[in-house]
Design a protein around this ligand. Structure first.
Ligand code: GLY
Length: 362
């Protein structure tokens, strides 16, 4: 497995199947003399993953409830660090983030600020977090205005990916996370894209080998990009392919759309922008949309969204410069576009305004 080298230090990414029940002793050995504190959510606990990890052992645990984006705010982080403090945990503690992207983001941020920073171990249990959010050190919460507005880069001490945890994920969440795999393949690896096209059925059936291959490919791509640009000065922006419109649609939906679903819509939108700019003479747009459709993901903005409001949300996107939204586009399938040394391109606002209504579901 790749061991990305970052300014915060290299960390190991372990990928396998059915090892969650054996992980705790391995963590205790790896962090001997330190106190482990688990952050998870009610859904992950209900799925049995917390019990599997602890195996009947006593440990400090914070369960995020309700699970999901609606708990991803500063109050939850405050409760976690208060509980750790009340429990006499010190700088020798280690936070274990067991769950999906929201758990990893919240727990990672709590670790980043508790006693000015303690290690976090990411144990992702969803397709989104195994493919994307557990790797690369982005942590944080939403403000009342925008998504991920408050946060820190806090690289994990280690990442443990047990693909068996995906078996209990509900179908919609499972499929939504596959959008991040399509994203990685589209921006960085045409062969991986072809693998996804050829293994749609195996992936939808959650077959073991396909899932391990998926995790390995995602980690290889994400680790390479984030090792090159850990704090998103430039190249890391390619991991935001599909996110400019995606985040806007996700926010406008009041999180009724899952992140991966919104990113799927955003990737199709990016393809339309490429076509409008004369950059896409090949079949990439059809292939991306075709794969997303086969994976059961939405490719159109649901009806009823004010496209004016979406354009405003895009101006708050972190890639925007001077309130001008920027988009990650493709050079070709498997390669993101770099223009004048920049990996996120400014696109004429009028073009976006014209395109958006055409992307609304009929
Ligand atoms: N999810 C995009 C990134 O980690 O940069």
């Amino acid at each position: 497995m790749p061991v990305p080298s970052t300014p915060a230090g290299a960390y190991e990414i372990c990928i396998g199947k059915d090892f969650l029940g054996r992980l705790w002793p391995a963590l205790e050995a790896a962090f001997a003399g330190r106190t482990l504190f688990v952050v998870t959510d009610a859904e992950v606990a209900r799925a049995g993953h917390l019990a599997a990890l602890l195996g009947g052992r006593e440990a400090g645990v914070y369960v995020i409830d309700p699970p999901g984006e609606n708990s991803k705010h500063l109050q939850t982080v405050a409760e976690i660090v208060e509980q750790m403090d009340r429990g006499f945990l010190g700088r020798d503690s280690v936070v274990a983030a067991l769950g999906g992207g929201t758990v990893g983001d919240i727990a990672g941020f709590a670790a980043a600020i508790f006693k000015r920073g303690v290690p976090v171990v990411q144990i992702p249990t969803t397709t989104v977090s195994q493919a994307d959010s557990a790797i690369g050190g982005k942590t944080g919460v939403d403000s009342s205005v925008s998504k991920n507005a408050i946060g820190a880069f806090w690289q994990p001490a280690a990442v443990y990916i047990d693909t068996a945890t995906l078996q209990t994920l509900d179908d919609r969440q499972y499929r939504a996370g596959l959008a991040e795999s399509v994203k990685h393949a589209a921006i960085a690896d045409a062969e991986y894209f072809a693998f996804l096209e050829a293994h749609v059925e195996a992936l939808l059936k959650r077959e073991g080998e396909a899932l391990v291959h998926l995790a390995e490919a995602n980690c290889r791509i994400k680790a390479a990009v984030t090792a090159e640009d850990p704090t998103e000065k430039n190249k890391r922006r390619i991991l935001n392919y599909g996110h400019t419109i995606g985040h806007a649609v996700e926010s406008a939906s009041g999180f009724g759309l899952l992140h991966g679903e919104a990113v799927a819509i955003g990737m199709v939108a990016a393809g339309r922008i490429e076509a409008a700019l004369g950059l896409a003479a090949d079949d990439r747009g059809e292939r991306i949309e075709g794969l997303l459709t086969k994976l059961g993901l939405p490719t159109r903005i649901p009806r009823g969204y004010a496209t004016e409001g979406l354009t405003d949300l895009m101006k708050r996107d972190k890639k925007a410069v001077g309130r001008r939204p920027r988009f990650v586009l493709l050079e070709k399938l498997g390669q993101a576009l770099c223009r004048d040394g920049q990996w996120a391109c400014e696109v004429d606002e009028e073009m976006i305004r014209t395109l958006l209504p055409r992307l609304v579901a009929g």
